[in-house]
Design a protein around this ligand. Structure first.
Ligand code: HGY
Ligand code: MN
Ligand code: MN
Length: 414
């Protein structure tokens, strides 16, 4: 590390900020329920903005609700170093997912603010809107629109499961900014995040530096059968949408074993109509989440799956339609930044390893338009997107220290 090698974050202040943020949308078993554009998301945003104002940052909110806080450098004509993540959570999710990246960057800015560090370049902190994509598909919508990879109008028109519209909900929480969500040149992007898997904790490592993020495909399946009386309709005269879905869901689950490599496939969402004990199900919607480092394999897997699902639908007399709701190509991070983060980890005495991220992150879109890199810290038990998600405060401190020196090194570059 070339700059201020003895500089460290204030671990206690980071811990307090994380605890305060985790109070917003807190769930009984220690998680958070803070869906995008909810009242809890608004509360979290308001708290973040108050903290950013405390250290004199210039605040910008764009028309996707992305929040930016800018700290000037010596030369503000130079593209900034950008760092952050997201404050929205999965339903009954974890309190580290996303929050660590936003509050870790806040702690970095607080540290360099109180030490009066002057950097060559400006530093910008960001909170991206709707990273999770659980309420409004797709995931990483705020960063995807900002990076010019997703269509803003399409995202603004998205509806949640109750039919509420994204842009109305954004307006309602008061975060539809006037600045158009539009990328600006970025010198380097960093994101600190819990690993959300078992690799670091199983390997006894403190820091993970992913070389990239797997490709992610989300599809919605719509099945239409025929509703009828559960008591009077003979079994051979039924077009039961839920039985068709059940057969299909198992085919999704069996796919990765057939395709091999690191493929994973999940059906997480399902709606059944009319969902009544004595009515044969008329229509079912369910989601498919398919991920793999090998993009060709995903494409082949999807083709095979579609053929087999169509066959099942025909056999059960149901119509079958699919709608793609996310198509995130595999993203590779900047090798120079990754190597530098490994060196910084080593010089700080944190055992580190390079890996691949199975979880999607806003960094996936940033990597398509700027040099980007991530810093992972261990997830106890490899758990995430659950209330019991946990990381030790020492590991949060380690991640924030690596983030501090990663940001400093880039922000000092002329
Ligand atoms: O789906 C994901 O991997 C991320 O948590 N949004
Ligand atoms: Mn996340
Ligand atoms: Mn997540």
């Amino acid at each position: 590390m070339r700059h201020l090698p003895d500089l460290r974050v204030n671990a206690e202040r980071l811990h307090n900020a994380m605890e305060k943020m985790a109070d917003i949308g807190a769930t009984p078993a220690g998680g958070v329920h803070r869906l995008a554009l909810s009242a809890e998301d608004k509360e979290a945003r308001d708290l973040l903005i108050a903290w950013l104002e405390d250290i004199g940052l210039e605040i910008i909110v764009d028309d996707m609700g992305n929040i930016f806080g800018k700290r000037p450098g010596k030369n503000n004509k130079l593209p900034p170093v950008l760092s952050g993540s997201h404050l929205d959570s999965a339903p009954n999710g974890g309190r580290f997912d996303g929050a660590l990246g936003v509050l870790g960057t806040l702690e970095v800015l607080r540290t360099i603010h109180e030490k009066n560090v002057e950097t060559e370049r400006p530093i910008v902190i960001v909170n991206w809107t709707n990273e999770e994509g659980c309420r409004f598909h797709p995931a990483m919508a705020g960063s995807g629109v900002w990076s010019d990879r997703l269509d803003k109008k399409k995202i603004h028109d998205q509806r949640d499961s109750q039919g509420r519209i994204f842009i109305d909900e954004l307006q309602k929480i008061g975060y539809k900014g006037t600045t158009p969500a539009k990328r600006f040149p970025v010198h380097a992007y960093f994101e600190c995040h819990n690993e959300q898997g078992p690799v670091l904790v199983n390997g006894g490592k403190v820091i993970g530096v992913p070389r990239g993020i797997v490709g992610v495909r989300w599809k919605k399946v719509f099945l239409k059968g025929t509703a009828n009386h559960a008591g009077t309709t003979p079994m051979n005269a039924r077009k039961d949408a839920l039985c068709a879905a059940a057969e299909m869901i198992l085919k999704v689950n069996e796919l990765p074993a057939k395709m091999g490599q690191d493929m994973v496939a999940t059906v997480g969402e399902i709606d059944n109509f009319p969902n009544a004990v004595n009515v044969i199900p008329e229509s079912v919607h369910f989601s498919i989440d398919l991920r793999c480092w090998n993009e060709d394999l995903i494409a082949r897997a999807w083709d095979q799956l579609t053929t087999s699902l169509e066959k099942t639908a025909r056999k059960r007399g149901c119509t079958f339609e699919t709608k793609e709701s996310m198509n995130l190509s595999r993203s590779s991070f900047n090798e120079t930044l990754c190597d530098r983060l490994m060196e910084i980890s080593q010089s700080l005495g944190y055992p580190a390893l390079k890996m691949v991220s199975g979880a999607g992150h806003d960094a996936a879109y940033l990597a398509q338009i700027a040099p980007a890199a991530m810093i992972f810290v261990p997830s106890i038990g490899g758990q995430s997107h659950v209330e019991s998600e946990n990381t030790t405060w020492e590991d949060c401190e380690a991640g924030a220290n690596v983030l501090l020196h990663g940001i400093l090194a880039s922000a000092m570059e002329k």
